[in-house]
Design a protein around this ligand. Structure first.
Ligand SMILES: Nc1ncnc2c1ncn2[C@@H]1O[C@H](COP(=O)(O)OP(=O)(O)O)[C@@H](O)[C@H]1O
Ligand SMILES: O=C(O)C[C@@H](O)[C@H](O)C(=O)COP(=O)(O)O
Length: 308
């Protein structure tokens, strides 16, 4: 089972026709939640480790997980509120305004973490859960405890506005990246993480030196590049589709990517350490197709296997 550890929240999204702040519609979301939903819909055995509220939005999120075949046995329910993310769309591109003070996801602490079931073979982490305390510290500690036994993927989905102590955030991400088997970053994330006058290729080399077997760099509507140590750069273009909004593009890409690696039998530490360029290409292609479906419809709404 792949266990996705991180936030599940409500994206308040304006319908595309609404010019002003009126008419926000609550969509289930959160970067890590979206990846879990994508995996469940694509037929991968997946569970979610997160803190959810007992409020109406928390119940909406549990129902959404169950409807997409995501196991909820690692979900911790509390009376704290659900995180809300108000979304602003400019030409389909999303920016976020978060309300997460004291929220069920953000306040999840190590002491509340359930024991991982023995079927968990892969851990996926990312998003604002790695930026907010105390959840960030708790997920980082879990990774540290588990990385030697299980495959780990991270998509930091960097949101600097959330972070009070930037140096601590950067150092923690650095350590997590060094423990991960697969790392996915956007161009923006990479430039934030390594704000030095180096080329993209040199920055990629620096990240690979830290330890991951596979690094994916996504370029929004320009597609993605994949890197393995000593292998060729694998490039996959974005699919041409009419954009409704880009919410959850990267998260869905991650789901499609992991689903294909799993189907190919490559989701083990040994396989990943000698991944072929062909397997990498197939997995990225699958991620790109899945993401294209999400950007073509409202909110993060990953495709089912039959839609690809
Ligand atoms: N405008 C777009 N059209 C088609 N596919 C897109 C578009 N934007 C993103 N994608 C797909 O989603 C992937 C991830 O997008 P990106 O914006 O780089 O990640 P993130 O959402 O994590 O910032 C891209 O590599 C591409 O496959
Ligand atoms: O969790 C977030 O960072 C924002 C969410 O509200 C949103 O659902 C999301 O996951 C956006 O992810 P991205 O578009 O893949 O960066």
């Amino acid at each position: 089972m792949t266990l996705c550890g991180g936030e599940a929240l409500i994206d308040m999204i304006p319908p595309p026709t609404t010019a002003g702040p009126d008419g926000f519609v609550p969509h289930s979301g959160g970067a890590v939640f979206n990846t879990a939903i994508a995996l469940g819909r694509l037929g991968v055995q997946v569970g979610m480790l997160t803190g959810l509220s007992a409020d109406m939005f928390g119940r909406q999120l549990v129902e959404a997980l169950e409807a997409s075949h995501v196991d909820t046995s690692h979900v911790v329910v509390s009376d704290r509120p659900t995180t809300l993310a108000f979304v602003r769309l400019v030409d389909g591109h999303a920016t976020y305004c978060f309300f997460d003070e004291n929220s069920a996801g953000r306040m999840l602490d190590t002491a509340e973490f359930p024991v991982l079931c023995s079927e968990v073979s892969t851990l996926f982490f990312g998003g604002i859960s790695l930026a907010c305390e105390p959840s960030a510290k708790a997920y980082a500690a879990l990774l540290e405890q588990e990385y030697a036994k299980r495959v780990v993927m991270i998509d930091p989905n960097i949101r600097p506005r959330f972070v009070k102590d930037i140096d601590r955030y950067r150092a923690r991400l650095d350590r997590m990246i060094s423990r991960a088997d697969i790392v996915k970053v956007s161009d923006e994330d990479l430039n934030w993480f390594l704000p030095v006058p180096l080329s993209m290729r040199e920055k990629v080399a620096l990240l690979l030196e830290r330890g991951p077997s596979v690094l994916i760099l996504t370029h929004g509507g320009e597609g993605a590049s994949g890197f393995i140590a000593d292998g060729p750069v694998v490039k996959v273009p974005a699919q041409r589709v009419e954009i409704t909004d880009t919410v959850g593009a990267g998260d869905t890409f991650n789901g499609g990517f992991l689903a294909k690696l799993s189907e190919l039998g490559c989701l083990t530490k040994a396989q990943l350490s000698s991944l072929s360029a062909d397997a990498l290409h197939q997995a990225m292609q699958h991620g790109s197709k899945a993401a294209a479906v999400t950007v073509s419809r409202a909110g993060a709404n990953p495709p089912w296997a039959g839609e690809l």
